[in-house]
Design a protein around this ligand. Structure first.
Ligand SMILES: CC(C)(COP(=O)(O)OP(=O)(O)OC[C@H]1O[C@@H](n2cnc3c(N)ncnc32)[C@H](O)[C@@H]1OP(=O)(O)O)[C@@H](O)C(=O)NCCC(=O)NCCS
Length: 171
């Protein structure tokens, strides 16, 4: 892919959670609860549940190809210094994990690793609500920017992030 990725960034100081209240309100009305992996417990069972959710959602990323094995995933996502379960937002419909938004901290910037919502629950504002919820972690980390990048054909993800205020990264 090289330089073809759509690289986006969000200015933390100018992000205004209130602008996204309608999405959060809709989620609440639909019975969707937002929490974090830290709150639920960063256990082996919950890590496996996160992997399964990530794997299912990633199947819809253009040209994603075969997903990692659990061992590969654990090495890349959990066994790294930037991993923090407080940065992993989970959306629950009852006990069912329907969405995730994982963010890691890298000093001056935070990185949105993966945002995904099960197909059955898309189009209800869950991704916007999760990412808005996750901004408290970003602020706690002291990051001034949030970065992410997407395959150019991933219109829903790019549109979701632009809706949140992400703009094309300068570098
Ligand atoms: C991208 C994804 C997370 C969006 O989740 P979602 O909960 O359905 O999104 P929301 O309902 O919160 O939508 C919020 C905004 O995103 C944009 N959006 C979402 N789906 C879209 C679509 N199919 N086409 C265009 N824009 C879309 C819109 O701006 C929308 O705001 P609006 O409803 O006011 O128009 C979801 O489609 C998904 O899991 N895709 C597969 C995994 C993936 O590609 N993740 C990103 C890579 S990290």
């Amino acid at each position: 892919m090289g330089d073809q990725w759509v690289k986006l960034e969000l200015d933390v100081a100018s992000f205004d959670e209130c602008r996204f209240a309608k999405y959060v309100t809709r989620c609440r009305a639909d019975g969707i609860r937002l929490t974090t992996l830290a709150e639920l417990g960063d256990t082996p069972e919950h890590r496996l549940a996160l992997y399964e959710l990530n794997k299912e959602c990633s199947a819809d990323i253009p040209e994603r190809g075969e997903f990692y094995s659990y061992e590969e995933y654990a090495e890349r996502r959990f066994a790294v210094a930037s991993y923090d379960p407080r940065g992993v937002v989970i959306a629950l419909d009852g006990d069912f994990w329907v969405g995730m938004a994982a963010t890691s901290a890298h000093g001056d910037f935070a990185f949105n690793e993966m945002t995904g919502v099960r197909a059955s629950h898309r189009g209800r504002g869950i991704s916007i609500s999760m990412k808005t919820f996750g901004m408290s972690f970003v602020r706690e980390c002291g990051a001034s920017k949030v970065r992410t990048f997407h395959h150019p054909l991933n219109e829903s993800a790019i549109s979701m992030n632009r809706n949140l205020g992400f703009v094309d990264a300068v570098d």
